[in-house]
Design a protein around this ligand. Structure first.
Ligand code: ANZ
Ligand code: ZN
Length: 852
């Protein structure tokens, strides 16, 4: 009897699949297509267990679909631009390009042994000029259609990394990477007009039935639709050409509690004052520091400057409101000005208390909870808009209403009195894509003194990154390059300068799924290929991408339709989305002489003690594998020890795929033992003779049950349930006394059922047991109804007291359904001869009596 040696068989079958081109995807109208995609990895250099789990899940689906007659597209690539490559270059003097491509080579080499059914012929990295050149073409087409534009914008500026940060990259007012205090700066930047699609991106969420509700909710909140009022407060004394201040509010129901006007330091009126008053200028400079994130505005220190100007309240005659410049009011949202109602807004209350402004409640809790009103020292009262409250200063009199009702009433009242108009707004802002970085897609624009910002000619694409750059000083090396910036103006030919900003790397990942349908096309996509392969039928990835990546991709799918690079049906590019759980591991910790924690790799610990010294370790409950806590196991080591099939089997067993799975050495060991057992059983069965044919029926029943349950598991992300069923069936098979031929048949089907999870072992067993060709593309077994009817009973049918027939029905079948079946029975139909029975009595589980 041979031994199960994973290393040997895995290499062998991978080579055989390769040679047969089994996973190369080609357009074929005769088969239904299936496009399965896992979010492509960032080439950090090493794959981790999270990757193994993620790609194994996608692979299980891809393999199952292949066996069920689908033409499968299952590609892989690299999200290869980004800061870490530049950081590595800064730290160790290498080149981002070299670092990235080396990492890709390393990761590909670690990934290939997993035996994933990937069409490697479609592989690309987003840093390949062939890819980013097409991205530049796409950018130019989007520019042409007005989907990209340039404007001055206040941005979050990281003074250490010398780059613009997205709001999400500002954490507690500091740069996510450098930790430096973020400043505000005004720069000319390129923007995607994603906000134009707010309404549609929100509405279309409804149709995404196979997306997790949680992801849809997160997107809806991010898009942030709200109904509000745009109105103006007249200045008591017009100044600098301004006679009114326009504000935007989502709480017009608090208008009668307004106590001040806040304008942004970048508001035209503030600018006008700034230009002639040194004190205003000094304040505005101070106020522009600090991040622009919601969180920064919420929690940061509130700074205000009283301009001395006042406005009239439209309804509260005689109550003039002071106009303050406030650092928490942004210029690029709404109108850049607000009215403050401290009683019902935390920021406004902070501000009012700091600068001693009035606090006036417009509503109070419907049920007295003992909480003081804001004017009596309580917190700002901000209940959900759906909660009923008592209005003290409302527009519909002193009544109990929900915020929503009161807001509508306020808008109606204001409109009826000629004060402002109701508007619907979205929180989603246009997507600033300019980055002052080297390792990204160059924005294909040339700045000409005469013609302005001119797109590069398509025939000159790609605008390639220069290789000869250095990272010894912070900032963007493209700015410092001696010649790279020089380019003739594409329009007039005059000497001009290239844009040195590169694109946000989120751009790269916003359309890669479309590029996979024709990765070598001379245009961003080949429409015929996109028409055939789109949409992604199943997308799998981490919940951390629930908002930005998925929202940007949904925007790109729309934009690419406008530019003619995607067909209409791809408007929502991902039919189904699955967000997988993480791989976790216990943390092993000792303490150093100063009591500080020291972490240890799992491989250096045995039976709760360090292998090297015997020192006992403290065991901290399982958490996401992370290098900093050293609770990681290296896929390479696991593959060397047990082989890919064991790793694949283990990451799918134990927990449902949406939950975390805990990696334990014992679990991996047990998984491996099981696979070795399957091997042994198959080996025995291959040689078996004789057996008892009387046991065949029972084995077939169990087999078809397994087919049914495993198939169901694979089709519904119940991989762990499928695996549990396979464990159980293996046991049955090992004990079965059925005839040798039936056992061989059952073992072949077992190989088929296991093949999505443990493809190498499955091929080996399949072949050993006389299966033809690859198990991978052998048609998936079908559970036959006749073997599944164990849950059924046979009911004799008596006609006029004599047994004439019988029917087999599921035990749980309703009486009415049984009656229908009885009437359709041949013998009964004959006896009735077109009439209806005088009596039809069904005794469930026992007998049927028909009287004709
Ligand atoms: C008066 C008011 C009273 C407000 C109250 C809130 C509570 P959402 O709902 O997220 O769209 N706002 C408007 N423009 C702003 C800007 N440029 N910078 C900072 N804040 C601004 O936010 C809308 C609310 O945020 C508006 O409603 C406005 O304050 C503020 F009890 O108006 B509100
Ligand atoms: Zn020109």
């Amino acid at each position: 009897m041979s031994r199960y040696t994973a290393a040997e068989i895995e290499a062998k079958w991978q080579a055989a699949w390769d040679e047969a081109g089994l996973f190369t995807a080609r357009r074929d109208e005769s088969r239904p297509k299936y496009y399965v995609l896992e979010m492509f990895p960032y080439p950090s250099g090493r794959i981790h267990m999270g990757h193994v789990r993620n790609y194994t899940m996608g692979d299980v689906i891809a393999r199952h679909k292949l066996a069920t007659g689908h033409n499968v597209l299952h590609p892989m690539g690299w999200d290869a631009f980004g800061m870490p490559a530049e950081n590595a270059a800064m730290a160790s003097g290498g080149h981002p390009k070299e670092w990235t491509y080396n990492n890709i080579a390393d990761m590909r080499a670690q990934m290939k042994p997993l035996g994933l059914s990937i069409d490697w012929s479609r592989e690309f990295a987003t840093c390949d000029p062939e890819y980013y050149g097409q991205q530049q073409a796409l950018f130019i087409d989007m520019l042409d259609k007005g989907l990209v534009y340039r404007k001055n914008a206040v941005v979050n500026w990281d003074p250490v990394d010398m780059t613009v940060l997205a709001n999400e990259q500002v954490i507690d007012g500091k740069g996510w990477r450098s930790g430096a205090d973020v400043e505000r700066r005004e720069l000319t930047q390129w923007f995607f007009r994603i906000s134009e699609y707010s309404d549609e991106l929100l509405a279309a969420l409804d149709g995404l039935d196979d997306w997790p509700a949680k992801v849809k909710l997160m997107q809806a909140n991010w898009i942030g639709r709200s109904r509000g009022l745009e109105m103006a407060f007249g200045l008591t004394e017009p100044t600098h050409g301004h006679d009114r201040i326009e504000v935007y509010t989502t709480r017009p129901d608090t208008l009668l509690g307004a106590s001040f006007i806040g304008i942004s330091p970048d508001h035209p009126l503030a600018r006008a004052l700034e230009s002639e008053r040194a004190d205003v200028a000094a304040f505005c400079a101070e106020a522009r520091r600090g991040g622009t994130t919601e969180e920064a505005l919420e929690t940061g220190e509130k700074l205000g400057f009283d301009t001395g100007l006042t406005v009239r309240h439209p309804f509260d005659q005689g109550r003039d409101l002071p106009v303050w410049i406030a650092n928490f009011v942004l210029m690029d949202y709404g109108t850049g000005a607000i009215f403050g109602c401290p009683a019902h807004d935390g920021r406004d209350l902070d501000f009012a208390r700091k600068y001693d402004l009035p606090v006036i409640s417009t509503f109070a809790p419907a049920n007295d909870d003992g909480q003081a009103l804001a004017e009596d020292g309580g917190p700002a009262f901000v209940p959900p808009k759906t909660e009923p409250v008592i209005y003290i200063r409302g527009f519909a009199g002193d009544t109990e209403q929900t915020g929503e009702q009161a807001i509508d009433a306020a808008i109606d009242f204001c409109e009826a009195n000629g004060v402002g108009r109701g508007v619907t707004r979205f929180r989603l802002r246009d997507w600033g894509l300019s980055r002052q970085r080297y390792w990204g897609t160059p924005i294909p624009i040339v700045h000409c003194e005469d013609c302005g910002a001119v797109p590069e000619k398509k025939e000159n694409l790609p605008v390639r990154l220069p290789d000869d750059v250095s990272f010894d000083v912070p900032g963007n090396p493209l700015d410092r390059h001696p010649t790279w910036r020089d380019a003739p103006c594409p329009r007039c030919g005059k000497a001009a300068r290239r844009e040195t900003d590169t694109m946000d790397t989120f751009v790269d990942s916003s359309w890669y799924f479309a590029r996979f349908t024709s990765p070598r096309a001379e245009t961003p996509t080949d429409l015929a290929e996109a028409e055939y392969w789109m949409n992604v039928d199943q997308y799998i990835g981490g919940i951390e991408h629930a908002i930005l990546h998925l929202l940007y991709s949904r925007f790109f799918a729309r934009a690419m339709q406008v530019t003619g690079h995607l067909p209409e049906k791809a408007i929502e590019p991902f039919n189904a989305l699955f967000t997988q759980g993480m791989v976790t591991h216990e943390i092993y910790q000792t303490r150093d002489a100063n009591g500080r924690p020291v972490y240890h790799l799992p491989e250096s610990v045995e039976d709760g003690a360090l292998k090297a010294t015997g020192e006992t370790v403290e065991i901290i409950p399982s958490a996401k594998m992370s290098k900093s806590k050293k609770n990681v196991v290296d896929p390479d080591a696991i593959l060397a020890q047990y082989g890919a099939d064991t790793a694949r089997w283990f990451v799918l067993s134990d927990s449902p795929p949406e939950r975390d799975v805990e990696w334990t050495a014992a679990g991996a060991e047990a998984a491996h033992k099981h696979l070795a057992r399957v091997w042994r059983i198959a080996d025995e069965i291959a040689e078996a003779t004789g057996g008892d044919a009387a046991a065949d029926e029972d084995l077939m029943r169990q087999l078809h049950r397994a087919i049914r349950d495993v198939t169901l598991g694979l089709e519904s992300f119940g991989f762990n349930a499928a695996i549990a069923k396979l464990y159980a069936f293996t046991s049955v098979l090992s004990k079965s006394k059925a005839s040798a031929e039936t056992r061989r048949e059952a073992a072949r089907v077992l190989a088929q059922l296991m093949s999505p999870m443990t493809p190498h072992l499955a091929e080996e067993i399949w072949t050993r047991l006389g299966g033809e060709g690859f198990v991978a593309d052998t048609p998936w077994p079908v559970a036959e109804e006749r073997f599944l009817v164990e849950d059924s009973v046979t009911l004799p049918i008596q006609i006029n007291g004599k047994r004439r027939s019988e029917i087999s029905v599921p035990k749980a079948m309703e009486k009415a359904e049984i009656e229908a079946l009885v009437l359709a029975d041949e013998a009964v139909a004959k006896a009735l001869d077109g009439g209806s029975p005088k009596k039809l009595i069904v005794v469930p589980g026992r007998i049927v009596n028909v009287v004709v």
